[in-house]
Ligand binder design. Structure first.
Ligand SMILES: [Zn+2]
Length: 372
């Protein structure tokens, strides 16, 4: 396990690589942002707005939203540039109260909205299957959040889909992926958080093709035929969690008063109780947690030093999100014991070892970490 010398991410993170200079691909990508002509990028966005505006469709664009600060920022930007968006969300089975409030707030900004719910029995069976077969409870969610907006765009003949930040930039990724303006199938197979699987690989006796239809994306040629473009707003405007937070807060978005639910931010990962379970598995699989992701962003933006980040990790430690895990087990019908067994099964033996009955990471970021 190698750790970036600038932030606190390891090379076990999917799509992240560490160069010979000891700097990770996410930090390297961040540095290149200074060379970007943001005024030119904004002009490109304005041209895009004009190109869809003149089509005079019912909606100029579709904005996939959760109610989070980034989706609030996406909607504010689209309205600011005179677009008429239809906003679409996948309704998480464990949506939180604050998630509901923020979503209602987003709609009150002045947009139409579709909240797409999937049959709970199918969602529960799919989550359980993904957790058991791939050690990832987040796979169904990621299929849903990409497929639902695309299908609705096809049905409503909406020419443009406006996503937020390109995660290849946010968390490292190949140069070609970082410079991508459009979200396409290839990007989805790498960054769609489905472990590169296609939905058909999840069909079984409990989950039929028909039941998994809401998670199924339209074929690429359908999108091409209808001339539907999907773009990242982060390509046109400089993206930073604090900038989008400031804009979203000024437009009625609330952070959690109870502090962070998982990781470092009280304003992120707060709209769904199961998201923390998805992040928790990273500890077993990759040897880091959401806290490391968030602190790495803070380091890059110059709001915190690497030393201070290490100190925060030391203080916070690594704790499982117990009540969210219980809720997840109840929803999927798993026992807590079975949950632990599955976590153990996905423990990455290339990076973990057991000494005197205690599990520890061979090359952890903090050498004098207390593993007890
Ligand atoms: Zn880094």
């Amino acid at each position: 396990m190698k750790w970036c010398q600038r932030c606190v991410l390891p090379d076990t993170r999917p799509n992240l690589s560490i160069g010979t200079d000891g700097v990770c691909s996410a930090c390297a990508a961040f540095e290149q942002r200074d060379a970007i002509d943001w005024q030119k990028r904004q002009a490109e966005f304005e041209a895009l707005v004009d190109s869809v505006g003149c089509l005079k469709r019912d909606y100029d664009c579709l904005v996939p939203v959760s109610g989070g600060k980034d989706s609030t920022w996406q909607v504010v930007k689209c309205l600011e540039f005179g677009l008429r968006p239809l906003t679409v969300s996948w309704r998480p089975p464990a949506r939180t109260e604050i998630g509901k409030r923020n979503l209602d707030n987003l709609i009150r900004l002045g947009v139409d909205h579709i909240d797409f719910s999937i049959k709970p029995s199918v969602e529960a069976a799919f989550m359980r299957s993904a957790f058991e077969r791939a050690g990832s409870s987040g796979i169904p969610m990621h299929f849903a959040i990409f497929a639902i907006p695309l299908n609705i765009a096809v049905k409503f003949k909406i020419p443009l889909i406006v996503w937020g930040e390109n995660s290849a930039i946010e968390y490292g990724g190949g140069v070609d992926d970082r410079n991508l303006t459009r979200l396409n199938d290839e990007w989805l197979s790498r960054y769609g958080v489905t472990q590169g699987t296609r939905i058909s690989e999840w069909y079984d006796s409990n989950l039929t093709e028909q039941e998994l239809r809401p998670y199924t994306r339209p074929e690429a040629d359908v999108l091409e035929d209808r001339d539907i473009q999907a773009v990242f707003l982060g390509h046109y405007f400089q993206w930073d969690p604090h900038t989008s937070l400031t804009v979203a807060t000024a437009h009625g978005f609330s952070s959690s008063e109870e502090g962070p639910k998982t990781g470092y931010y009280a304003f992120a990962d707060i709209d769904d109780d199961f998201i923390s379970v998805h992040h928790w598995l990273k500890w077993h699989k990759f040897g880091f947690t959401r806290l490391f992701d968030n602190l790495s962003l803070e380091i890059r933006h110059g709001r915190i030093s690497r030393e201070a980040a290490l100190e925060i990790i030391r203080e916070e430690g690594v704790k499982p999100p117990k009540s969210d895990i219980s809720a997840f087990c109840k929803f999927t019908g798993l026992s807590l014991e079975a949950f632990e067994v599955i976590c153990g099964k996905y423990r990455n033996m290339d990076i973990w070892r057991r000494v005197n009955g205690i599990w520890l990471l061979k090359d952890f970021l903090i050498s004098d970490w207390n593993w007890e």
